[in-house]
Every structure is written in C-alpha cells, then in structure tokens.
Design a protein around this ligand. Structure first.
Ligand SMILES: Cc1ncc(COP(=O)(O)O)c(C=O)c1O
Length: 364
C-alpha cells in the first residue's frame, strides 16, 4: 500500500530564500544583503511591532477564532462589510483554502504558467487539475489565452496583478474581457500582494470590480507593504457565502493572537505604508538602471522586486557567485527562467552592494 496518494508523491516542496545566518556561516561573509524574498527593506511597521509586544502577554489564551477586531478594521479600511472579509496564515493559506474549499475532483484550476508557484502547489497538493496559459512576450499574463482555456470545469482562476516573479501588471481594460467571459460559478482570484507598489496608469484594484463581478475574490497580504512576513498574515475580500464556506474549511485558530493585534495596528500605520511605498518607487528605477548597466535585461516591475535576465549566465551559478559576495537574490530556474534572478528592491546601500557584487562577478 502506498504511503501517500500519487499527487502527493509527485509534489516538489516550495524552495524558500536562503536565510541570512546560513549564508554567513557557509560563505564566511557578514553584512549580508538579503534581496531574495520580496520583503520590506524598511522593516516591520513600528506600530505593529508595539502592538505585537503587548499582545504577547495574552498568549496563554487561544486567539479570537473569528478575528473580530481585525476583520472589522479591514472592513472599515476597505469600505466593505466584515462578512466579506476573511483572514489567513499568510495569503498563501488563503490560496490553498480557495482550492480546498471550492474545487471538486473533476474541476480545474486555471492560471498563467511561470506565475506565482503557490497556485500550482495548491492545486497539486489537492490532486486537482491545473491548467496553465503560456505567458505572452515571455513575461506577461496572456488574458486572451487564459480566456480561451476557460471551460465549465474551471472553478478557480488565480491571477497575480502585479505578478510574481515577473513584476508585470495590467490595467483594468485588459482584465474586463476575461471577467466578462468567466462563468458566474467560476471564482476569479485577483492576488494583489504587491498592490501598494503599483504606479501604472489605468491600474484598478479588484475591490471596485466586485460590484459588477460578484465572482471576484481579492487576496492581499501584510507581508509586503506592512513588513510583517514573519508573522504570517493575509486577507481576502469575497461574497459573504464564499467567506462562509472558507470559514468551514479553515483551521479554527488559523491566525494567531499576536498577528491579529499587529494587523490591526499596521492598518493605522499610514506613515510606514507611505515610507515603504516611497522607498520602492524611488529605488526600483535605481536598481533597474543599475542592472541594465551591467548588461541585464530588466523586466519593468510594478512590485517591490525586479526580474533581471542575464543571458548566457546560468541562474544557479550567478546566484552562488553573489552569495560569496554577501548578496542573496533568488534564481528563477524553477520558474522556467533559466538565466534570470529576482531581486528585491532594498535600501540604497543594499541595492548598491548588489550592483557592485554583480559588476565584480560579471567582470564588468
Ligand atoms: C503574488 C503573491 N501572492 C501571495 C504571496 C504570499 O504572501 P503571504 O503568504 O506572505 O501573505 C506572495 C508572496 O511572495 C506573492 O508573491
């Protein structure tokens, strides 16, 4: 008898970015610039950290299983009702819950090839069929191709806008024909993890679209703009019946007490949000220009990271070379970009360190 079903046996685990301590030990380097996981270079929201510290005194009790204050705070901020808000242990958990809750055995998950790997993992872990449209122009969601792959079996669609790892983003007018074509029973998930870093004319976040398209589900996270990746906190907005079904499937205490308190405080920390956005908007062009100057093909990004292709430079090798210089980036070989690195937009000195290391190892 097999220990696990075939769809579990064939899974490959998610490969996270290398931790700083491990790189320091292995490579004998210090003052490492970790630009591997699209984290917030400014650190966590100070208000959230203070609230998290206070909340520690209460961790003998189970958290509020309904996340009452957090869901109310989110609802007030977003102009929706608390019944339309759901929260999770990172938006990653919510991606999984969308598949576990809604996709039946003979139904399909649709997304774009080379987009965020969690969509693929969520479908595979449940043994559900994943349908992927190829990207257009190597780095862009092809919503027309995705539209053609819609069928009566398509139950959940994942669309990252902006996308990870490419950083590309599309305006509302490109999305509308897809939404018009999607059956009402198909849940279209707009994953807006990087929403706050967008400065694309014509971009429209998914919240307003929900009025016309009740099958739209919006996912967001506290990991990026609020700098709380280590606390694991994400949220979604959907129709009350969709939220209610997710509530039945999720673990009873999926968001811990400290994260709930930090999340409420982070929503009040407009200063940290503004600073984090300003940093990325200022440093993203600096990093992109520096990367182009060392010969990379840089994909124009709307996220807090940049995808840079180094033709002729195998991704794993360049990644290792940079580790030796104390710079951690993320090779994108597993995403089907064999010579590309995804590099988080850091502080100026981190970006400079990364560019100097690249110049050295590329012999520029
Ligand atoms: C597009 C996208 N969605 C969701 C997530 C998951 O974020 P978290 O689980 O930290 O909320 C990420 C993380 O990198 C992402 O890039």
């Amino acid at each position: 008898m097999a220990l696990v079903p075939p769809h579990v046996a064939s899974l490959t685990p998610y490969v996270p970015g290398k931790p700083i301590e491990e790189v320091e030990r292995e490579y004998g380097v210090s003052d490492v610039a970790k630009l591997a996981s699209n984290e917030n270079a400014l650190g966590p929201s100070p208000k959230a950290v203070a609230a998290a510290r206070d909340a520690l005194d209460g961790v003998n009790l189970y958290p509020d299983g309904s996340a009452y204050y957090l869901r109310n705070a989110l609802a007030a901020k977003l102009g929706v009702t608390p019944a339309e808000v759901f929260v999770g242990n990172g938006s990653n958990e919510l991606i999984e819950l969308m598949v576990r809750t809604f996709v039946l055995e003979n139904e399909e998950v649709l997304t774009s090839a080379q987009s965020f790997v969690a969509y693929k993992l969520a479908a595979s872990a449940q043994g559900r069929t994943l349908v992927e449209a190829p990207m257009k122009g190597r780095f862009h969601y092809d919503l027309d191709a995705m539209k053609k792959l819609l069928s009566r079996k398509t139950k959940v669609v994942f669309i990252a806008n902006p996308d990870n790892p490419t950083g590309t983003c599309f305006p509302e007018r490109e999305l509308l024909p897809f939404l018009d074509a999607a059956p009402r029973e198909t849940l279209v998930v707009l994953d807006e993890a990087y929403l706050e870093f967008v400065d694309l004319p014509g971009y429209q976040d998914g919240l307003a679209l929900r009025r016309k398209y009740p099958n739209v589900v919006v996912l967001r996270t506290f990991s990026k703009i609020h700098g709380l990746a280590g606390l694991r906190l994400g949220y979604g907005v959907a129709r009350p019946d969709v939220v209610e079904y997710i509530d039945r499937v999720r673990a009873p205490f999926n968001v811990n007490h400290v994260a709930q308190a930090a999340g409420v405080a982070a929503l009040r920390d407009d200063e940290h949000v503004a600073k984090s956005r300003a940093l990325v908007l200022a440093e993203r062009p600096f990093l992109a220009a520096g990367l182009a100057a060392v010969g990379a093909t840089v994909v124009p990004s709307q996220g807090n990271f940049v995808l840079a292709d180094f033709p002729g430079r195998p991704g794993k090798q360049l990644f290792e070379d940079l580790l030796r210089e104390g710079v951690i980036v993320r090779p994108m070989v597993g995403y089907g970009f064999p010579t590309a690195q995804r590099i988080t937009v850091g502080l100026r000195r981190e970006n400079e360190k990364c560019l100097a290391a690249l110049k050295k190892v590329l012999g520029k």
